[in-house]
Design a protein. Structure first.
Lengths: 157, 266
């Protein structure tokens, strides 16, 4: 039962971890750890509720905790860039990834949930553990922070 | 403008994040490991809290003491003509079950772990105010139980160059502080059953306040307490700069080996 529910939530979890960590292996590791953590804490889940927001919140926490330092990132940078390299506006994508990395975790979380995963503000608030108003406010802050990256690349095209 | 920005952002985010999304096979890998954990039940899936461990040990001690007191009391009050009293509760414990030929063996307990039977990996990481730290998990991959007592010996490598570390054994670091300010963690002997784990934590400073540049470690070399074999940690979660504190070699703080993870704090 738990496994089946989790299996359904995994694709979204991978997308969330990818958006927060911007690294494929880190994202998989984070979801792996989050899955084990969720299973250990399955008793804390409110009975009869959807597993997805509860599990995504655990994934978000795991991503915040599994920071990797410059040592690991330097090794990763040696890997050939995959699909990013094939895109026509590679510079814009690289800029956006850099801008995302600079966002504080809680702001990045709402940006990813809202604009990458297309969740409603109610769902964003549920996963982020904040009120809907706070989710909206954080989203606005995230947009403002990313605006310069986007408008800058728009102007250069 | 906001709608345009939203739309542009959504498109760009899709393209920026998509290359980082794990491949479809990742789901199977995650579920496979989860299944293993669920089947094993306790070893990886359930870790007793410290409070639970303390309660368990206390109960065992009380049971042993109670049994011993009961046995002494029974022996003192037993009449020679009476049949032997039933054994106290501790008789159920294999260690005190009377055996027909109870020849005393000098030391039948597990011996200290040989490094070759252990593997090491980093687990939970933490960081704040220029201090980073993480737990190291020592896993007994051998077929017999063994013990660990005290502190692992640590040194570093920067590429092929060895790096001597100024290792301190203080429990009250900035991010690794299981006892609070000024506290110490008692050194205990940890028995590692086959497949069992023990843990210690390290903390280091990532912001330089010393004229000398910080070391940039590529590996952390761990010699488990009492072992001769060095284990190499080469996938450090956040080990970049390791800086000196107040001069000398790069500083690192370490806690003694314990049965439960130090991190994350409850």
């Amino acid at each position: 039962m738990f496994e089946a529910e989790l299996a359904e939530a995994l694709p979204q979890a991978f997308h969330l971890a990818a958006g927060l960590l911007l690294d494929r292996q880190d994202a998989e590791d984070a979801v792996q750890e989050a899955s084990l953590r969720a299973w250990r804490r399955r008793g804390n889940r409110r009975p009869g509720t959807d597993l997805r927001p509860w599990f995504l919140a655990i994934v978000a926490n795991q991503c915040r905790e599994s920071r990797r330092g410059s040592w690991a990132r330097l090794l990763r940078m040696a890997e050939p860039p995959d699909a990013v390299a094939e895109s026509s506006d590679r510079a814009a994508i690289v800029d956006l990834r850099s801008a995302l990395r600079r966002l504080p975790h809680r702001i990045r979380l709402v940006v990813v949930l809202r604009f990458y995963m297309d969740l409603s503000f109610e769902q964003v608030a549920s996963v982020s553990g904040c009120s809907v108003e706070a989710a909206k406010s954080r989203t606005r802050r995230g947009l403002r922070a990313l605006e310069s990256a986007l408008t800058g690349t728009e102007a250069s095209r | 403008m906001t709608d345009l920005l939203d739309s542009a952002l959504r498109t760009r985010l899709q393209r920026a994040i998509a290359p980082s999304v794990p491949t479809p096979g990742a789901s199977q890998r995650v579920l496979r490991r989860l299944r293993t954990t669920m089947e094993s039940g306790t070893s990886a899936g359930w870790r007793p809290s410290r409070a639970f461990a303390v309660a368990l040990v206390s109960t065992a001690v009380i049971a042993l003491l109670g049994g011993a007191v009961g046995a002494v009391f029974a022996l003192r009050h037993a009449q020679p003509s009476h049949p032997p009293l039933p054994a106290p509760a501790v008789a159920h414990t294999p260690a005190v079950t009377p055996t027909p030929a109870a020849t005393p063996t000098p030391s039948s307990g597990p011996s200290p772990c040989d490094g070759a039977s252990l593997s090491a990996r980093t687990t939970f990481t933490i960081g704040a105010a220029g201090h980073d730290g993480f737990d190291v998990q020592l896993h007994n991959q051998g077929a017999v139980a063994c013990t660990l007592t005290g502190y692992a010996a640590l040194s570093g490598e920067q590429g092929s160059q060895p790096v001597t570390l100024n290792v301190q054994h203080e429990a009250s670091g900035m991010v690794i502080n299981p006892t609070g300010p000024g506290g110490t963690v008692p050194v205990r002997t940890i028995v590692l059953a086959p497949g069992g784990d023990a843990y210690f934590s390290v903390e280091y400073v990532t912001v330089n306040s010393d004229p000398r540049p910080c070391a940039r470690l590529t590996h952390l070399l761990v010699t488990p307490p009492g072992a001769a074999t060095q284990l190499v940690l080469n996938a450090m979660p956040s080990l970049g700069a390791v800086c000196a504190v107040g001069g000398g070699d790069p500083w690192m703080n370490e806690t003694p080996v314990a049965a439960a993870p130090y991190l994350p704090y409850p």
